[in-house]
Design a protein around this ligand. Sequence first.
Ligand SMILES: [Zn+2]
Ligand SMILES: [Zn+2]
Length: 204
Amino acid sequence: MAENGTGEEVMESFEVLLEKSTAIHGHVCAGQVIGVRLAMLGLENIGIDQPRGRDRKKFYVLVEIDRCATDAIQTVTGCSLGKRSLKWLDYGIMAATFVNLEDGRGVRITAREEARELADLYCPEIEDKYRRQLEAYRVMPEEELFTVQRVRVAIVPEDMPGRPLRRVQCSCCGDWIQDGREVENGAGLICRPCANGRYYEVIA
Ligand SMILES: [Zn+2]
Ligand SMILES: [Zn+2]
């Protein structure tokens, strides 16, 4: 957390946040640059300026991809899956939505595909394509990098941070299910894997 000299905490600069996200992610990449800028823009749009301080319980983030930029969004916002302040939707789209839980303001920001081509105009002297994108994304204006949409997000109580609202036992496999993820079938309440099929096969 940075300070502005009056003892008040302010949002850290792009460079400081990029350094932090690079340390957490393990390498600097175009995704870190995009993710840091996207998260800063998202927070600004919903009126959050101390995401890790005073404002940390006032907002919520949904990411639509599990790639490099997602780590940067997590670093800048301080949101995480474990805190339930970050939701991952497996859409494969380079976009994230930021929701202010106090006033309902929401914004969905998408990284524009066109930015890849535009990168050539900004740093033509850099030969390596990925390095060129990384450097260009630092300086490109927001409107060339991102599409911003005002959105409304219906967040259900079962998705909110805090203690689980209920726990039920699957009447089929016996696993315990939290947060209302159970499904009703004729025989009773069952877990989603029992209802929809499993991603694993038990072999022992
Ligand atoms: Zn990366
Ligand atoms: Zn089950």
